[in-house]
Write a protein that binds this ligand. Structure first.
Ligand SMILES: Cc1ncc(COP(=O)(O)O)c(C=O)c1O
Length: 456
């Protein structure tokens, strides 16, 4: 029996959604040139595009919004935000930012030089892009198990410690910081073990390299540590979090994930000099150090959301809901990355649509099929997003051809997941009718957002 945990909350405010007719969906997808990013959100029935900034806020957070102090300097919500983040992370300086990538830019622009290298388990796209923008190199060392979709391992987000050690020894002078992304978004939302974080930190510190955590989904990661790692079962999520952060010298975070907020982020550092440099840039680009480009009410929503995300019943439901959805798809024979991670279910589109050659973008074709069949929006994580062209202009394929179904926090219920599983079943029954695509327009960077396609 597939189990869905009961929600540890009840619904008091709703947002209507509607499924437009098959003919209308056909028209919308054609108008969008087969790119689901170009479809209006109101024409989507179930939106699994991202878990970022899409959470439902609690009554407590909405009440906090009304308590926004919009003073330019020193607003009370900043002090609540600072005190909350310090109590979770233990870091000395807490600097608010508009979102995660702004935190990354502020950090990297103050410590990277052209030619710098930043090793990690797997950098998220914006992290990688911010490093490469400064002419640095973003190096990924996730363990081999993390690259095998069908293989079950409790911590597929772990970094390969021996590869890391030799990379650090070889390139010590080029490495201004080391990083870890928890959970590993680009690697399937897979968690990292406490032991692995500790050992990676020891490697960096033994070479005098500061260690930073990309903490977007740290609370989900802590829940996996608590439930999967030996000796962690009797600890609270907050105790585990404190230990994780105690191994680091700072962190970046998008509060749009485990901050349960719709906007915001922060960067934390222990180093006083680095804090001064970052704060000076913050004032230049985003705003004064007690608001960082956010409204006082946003800071309050984040402070309250961060505390709610530490609630174990919430995390148990979150992780259980994603597992339940994964199990529904597995029961229909849909190949997914196993085990399910903390924020999304990833479908192996190349396995699901084996007759569509990779040059015709099978994962993209599946996103089109999902919209057509059920008004569902999911995102391609395959050749359109990560493919590179060789010197002759030929497409070089990434390892996997995935469709990510990212689950917004506290938004959808079991019946929505069942609906999506039914749509998958229908597509599977007619998979021969799913068409490959060709690109008719693409921009030079991040082509998935704006490319146009034609069906073959
Ligand atoms: C692991 C990770 N790091 C950084 C970011 C960037 O955060 P933001 O979208 O708030 O700029 C994201 C966003 O999805 C993420 O998943």
């Amino acid at each position: 029996m597939i189990e869905f945990p009961a929600e540890p909350y009840r619904i008091k405010s709703i947002e209507p959604i509607r499924l437009i007719s098959r003919e209308q969906r056909e028209q919308k997808i054609k108008e969008a040139r087969f790119n689901i990013f170009k479809i209006r959100a109101e024409d989507i029935y179930i939106d699994f595009l991202t878990d970022s900034g899409t959470s439902a806020m609690s009554d407590n957070q909405w009440a906090g919004i009304m308590m926004g102090d919009e003073s330019y300097a020193g607003c009370r919500n900043y002090y609540h935000f600072e005190e909350t983040i310090r109590s979770i992370t233990g870091f000395k300086h807490i600097i608010p930012t508009p979102q995660g990538r702004a935190a990354e830019h502020l950090l990297f622009s103050n410590i990277l030089k052209p030619g710098s290298m930043v090793p990690s388990n797997t950098h998220f796209d914006t992290t990688r892009a911010n490093i490469e923008f400064l002419n640095g190199e973003a190096a990924d060392f996730v363990i081999e198990e993390g690259k095998n979709p069908g293989l079950v391992h409790p911590f597929k987000g772990n970094i390969d410690l021996s590869q890391l050690e030799s990379f650090v020894k070889k390139n010590r002078e080029q490495i201004p910081i080391g990083m870890m992304t928890i959970t590993n978004n680009s690697g399937g939302g897979q968690p990292v073990s406490l032991e692995n974080i500790k050992k990676a930190s020891e490697i960096f510190h033994s070479h005098g390299i500061p260690f930073f955590i990309d903490a977007c989904r740290y609370a989900e990661n802590c829940y996996f540590i608590k439930t999967r790692e030996k000796g962690q079962q009797n600890r609270t999520i907050k105790e585990i979090a404190r230990e994780i952060f105690s191994y680091a010298d700072g962190c970046t975070m998008s509060a749009k994930k485990d901050g349960l907020a719709n906007i915001g982020g922060f960067v934390c550092v222990n180093d006083d000099e680095l804090r001064t440099k970052i704060t000076n840039n913050l004032i230049l680009f985003e705003g004064f150090r007690t608001y960082g480009g956010l409204a006082g009410r946003d800071l309050e929503a984040i402070a309250r959301g961060l505390l709610e995300a530490l609630d174990e019943r919430y995390l148990e439901h979150r992780v259980g809901q994603i597992k339940g959805f994964g199990d529904l798809l597995l029961a229909e024979g849909i190949p997914i990355i196993k085990p399910t991670g903390g924020h999304a279910v990833f479908v192996d589109a190349a396995g699901f649509l084996p007759d569509i050659p990779r040059g015709q973008f099978p994962a993209w074709a599946l996103t089109v099929a999902l919209y057509r069949a059920g008004g569902i929006r999911a995102v391609e994580i395959g050749t359109v997003m990560f493919g590179k062209k060789d010197s002759t202009g030929k497409e070089v394929f990434p390892t996997l051809e995935l469709v990510r179904m990212a689950i917004p926090r506290r938004v959808y219920t079991e019946s929505h997941f069942k609906n999506v599983a039914t749509i998958f079943k229908q597509i599977a029954a007619n998979r021969n009718s799913v068409k490959g695509l060709k690109i008719i327009y693409e921009p030079p960077f991040l082509r998935h957002f704006t490319a146009d396609f034609e069906e073959l």
